[in-house]
Write a protein that binds this ligand. Structure first.
Ligand SMILES: [Zn+2]
Length: 68
């Protein structure tokens, strides 16, 4: 998965984060990518935090979609 900003032709940083679905609490594989310049910045940290707080796994996302 990609988060944050990745500029064209920029090197990507791959990292792992502990991510849990906010609905069913299932742990999801936390392989993430972001741009080299963005990685480690304050806005990166904030974005990662809010990403974790709002993340839904594929199953829960589908559930929400069909409930509508
Ligand atoms: Zn879920």
């Amino acid at each position: 998965m990609r988060i944050g900003k990745i500029l064209e032709n920029e090197k990507k940083v791959k990292f792992n984060a502990e991510i849990y679905c906010t609905d069913c609490n299932k742990k999801v594989p936390g392989g993430l990518q972001t741009g080299e310049k963005y990685y480690g910045t304050e806005s990166f940290k904030k974005e990662l935090e809010s990403f974790k707080k709002t993340y839904l796994c594929g199953i829960c996302r589908d559930k929400k979609r069909t409930n509508k």
